[in-house]
Design a binder for this molecule. Structure first.
Ligand code: HEC
Length: 217
């Protein structure tokens, strides 16, 4: 009897060793196609979806959602969205972008898709590994991220005209391409006026194109 158990354990160890070796050879050989134009197999995709969804759920379920109906917050979010998100997530009336077809996973069309506010806040702040979704929390405070979430609550179903109107009214965003996007802070309140040069000592000009730096790109 004892001998038999010993025999079994040796078999188990040998099988595990062969599996580990096989996995090592598979990984190291390079046969796995890492290309973004080669979709995952169904089981791999299903597994990744569960990992993603459970991970986000665990981390976002206790987030306190502020008042997302504040018109100033929504307006600020419109400017943020127009400046940073449409290339990947589109806007009303936009069918596709140059970057979007090549991204895998494909970014959802947020002009058509509603996302739970807690999930949206967490994903915008922290990003998603191995996808193109950046962690905007490195460069944006929580208030600014909530403004984006507030805007996303209104976005699905907006007409292109409504979208253009709200973006036109939005406060100028620090991230709008002005040639010095890296040095901005986002500590100002949601109702902030356009950033003036005094707020940015030594930056040599107004980032919104009215001052001496206009035209610097
Ligand atoms: C470079 C492309 C890219 C940019 C720019 C980008 N995203 Fe994403 N985003 C993605 C991708 C890809 C995903 C999907 C990742 C996944 O599901 O694994 C995603 C997912 C999301 C989700 C989660 C959607 C869901 O159904 O759970 C939200 C919300 C989101 N992005 C908001 C934003 C906002 C707001 C901005 C602008 C501040 C932005 N994203 C900018 C690529 C991008």
């Amino acid at each position: 009897m004892k001998k038999q158990i010993k025999h079994h354990s040796i078999t188990v160890v040998v099988v595990l060793a062969i599996l580990a070796l096989g996995a090592g050879i598979f990984v190291y050989s390079g046969v796995y196609n890492i290309g973004a134009d080669d979709p995952h197999t169904r089981p791999v995709f299903a597994l990744m979806q569960v990992v993603r969804n459970r991970s986000i759920h665990l981390r976002s379920k206790d987030i306190q959602v502020p008042n997302l109906q504040d018109p100033q917050l929504i307006l600020k979010g419109a400017g943020q969205y127009a400046a940073m998100c449409t290339g990947c997530h589109l806007r009303p009336g936009m069918k596709n972008s140059e970057i979007r077809p090549g991204l895998y996973p494909q970014p959802p069309d947020l002009a058509q898709t509603h996302v739970d506010p807690k999930v949206a806040f967490w994903v915008i702040k922290h990003g998603i590994k191995m996808s193109a979704m950046p962690a905007w929390g490195f460069s944006h405070d929580d208030d600014t991220i909530w403004s984006m979430v507030a805007f996303l609550e209104k976005l699905p179903g907006m007409t292109p005209q409504e979208y253009q109107a709200i973006v036109a009214k939005a406060p100028p965003d620090d991230d709008m391409d002005s040639g010095d996007a890296e040095n901005h802070e986002h500590g100002h309140p949601p109702t902030s006026k356009p950033v003036s040069p005094e707020h940015m000592p030594g930056m040599g000009g107004n980032p919104h194109g009215h001052g001496p730096a206009a035209g610097q790109r």
